[in-house]
Write a protein that binds this ligand. Structure first.
Ligand code: COA
Length: 387
């Protein structure tokens, strides 16, 4: 029988342009995760580990799982690197849930890390670009901002919208990020500033893009039935879904719907036997503002075009009906590729334990995290709860 999993400890460094190198970032996040466990978890009790990274920012492209073993003091246990571009973290958590579920592990360390700010722009563009399609996208000069810019243009045209809904996502997520001490940007921006910012890939401007960030996050995952050996406040993994799609967007039937997100969401809700209405807040993959609108629709929280209206009406603000990205999202909290999905789970852990401070979503009981690799090529959806 498959065992349910629970998160019993979690940690995260600040995301941003940081002085620390990737090893130090990993050490810090892992130490925080252990420190957050009330009792009974030391490094010797970890029997499996997964590292989410695209390659430490190009610094350690191969065999980086061994670095996690070294830096977290778990050398000796099987340690596996999970690389699914920006969805690496979500997939690493899923691997841990499977390891616990199958009975092959009793305490799993999941960590994500990236060090992106200390490499020159051209090299970084290449290193990020290789996660997209090579023949039809990268070699044609298309960056991720370029692909999402095309998707945004199509979305706005299909639904007869101006860029205001994209702007509203940026303003909201910057507002949330300003309350998060771990966020890359703690700066509130006005709609006029977003609209007047330099264009990156029309209709996306500077404030429609996630930044280039350093950071790390870590989780400790145990079987739900033993979770209270470690903590009085476990956060249960109630549903998990994952899927993939064609890598190149031109191969897909639809530019404004990510089939991988849809499939992953349906699977997660089915596996947890949960309704959408049971979710208190969402952490979605807003690498570009359009990503948040697509996510609301793909995850089943809004019909096509309706995510724009909901956002403009303020329904996704932290204190509203369906808070989205209370930590600031990738947009303001930052996007250190491999750390992002693990950081979303860290946010769920903090919120559901009521320890999210100024950005706390009142009464949060169930959270959904949505992590996307590239422009919709892979996706995970994880539902967390305290029940
Ligand atoms: N949002 C808001 N402000 C940003 C920003 C962002 N995404 N990126 C940079 N800034 C700010 C900086 O803080 C800096 O502000 P300052 O002058 O007040 O110090 C200013 O803009 C210039 O920063 P710089 O680093 O020189 O910007 P840039 O022009 O080199 O890079 C982007 C801007 C948007 C191109 C870059 O952040 C980017 O490539 N983002 C996307 C990353 C990506 O594709 N990730 C994978 C997603 S699938």
């Amino acid at each position: 029988m498959v065992r349910r999993a629970a998160i019993v400890g979690a940690g995260q460094t600040r995301f941003g342009a940081l002085d620390a190198g990737p090893r130090e970032l990993l050490r810090t996040a892992v130490a925080q995760a252990f420190a957050s466990v009330d009792r009974g978890a030391d490094r010797a009790s970890v029997d499996s580990a997964f590292l989410a990274t695209l390659g430490f920012g190009g610094w350690q492209i191969g065999n980086s799982a061994a670095v996690l073993a070294e830096e977290s003091g778990v050398a000796g246990v099987p340690t596996t690197r999970v690389e699914n571009a920006c969805a690496s973290g979500g997939f690493a958590l899923r691997a841990a849930v499977d390891a616990v579920g199958s009975g092959s592990a009793e305490l799993v360390l999941v960590a994500g890390v990236e060090k992106m700010t200390d490499i020159p722009n051209a090299r970084r563009r290449y290193w990020l670009g290789v996660s997209g399609d090579t023949e039809w996208e990268r070699l044609a000069g298309l960056t991720f901002a370029g692909v999402y810019g095309l998707i945004a243009s199509r979305y706005l045209a299909e639904h007869h919208l101006g860029p205001e809904a994209l702007t509203a996502v940026a303003v909201k997520n910057h507002e949330n990020g300003a309350l998060n001490p771990n966020a890359h940007f703690r700066k509130v921006v006005k709609a006029e500033e977003v609209a007047a910012a330099p264009r990156v890939a029309d209709p996306l401007g500077l404030y429609d893009c996630c930044p280039v960030s350093d950071g790390a996050a870590a989780l400790l995952v145990a079987p739900a039935e033993h979770a209270r050996r470690f903590t009085d406040a476990p956060v249960y993994v109630e549903g998990v879904g994952a899927a993939s799609d064609y890598l190149a967007v031109q191969e897909r039937a639809d530019l404004t719907r990510f089939a991988a997100s849809r499939r992953a969401a349906d699977q997660a809700f089915r596996s947890g036997a949960l309704e959408r209405s049971a979710v208190s807040f969402l952490e979605v993959h807003d690498c570009f503002t359009i990503g948040e609108l697509l996510a609301l629709e793909d995850l089943g929280f809004a019909p096509p075009g309706e995510a724009a209206r909901m956002t403009l009406a303020g329904e996704t603000r932290r204190d509203a009906r369906l808070p989205v990205n209370p930590d600031g999202g990738l947009k303001a909290k930052g996007h250190p590729i491999g750390a992002t999905g693990v950081g979303q789970a860290y946010e769920a852990f903090c919120q559901l334990r009521g320890s999210a401070g100024a950005r706390q979503v009142p009464g949060a009981e169930r959270a959904l995290a949505h992590n996307v690799g590239g422009a919709g090529a892979t996706a995970t959806v994880t539902i967390f709860g305290v029940g």
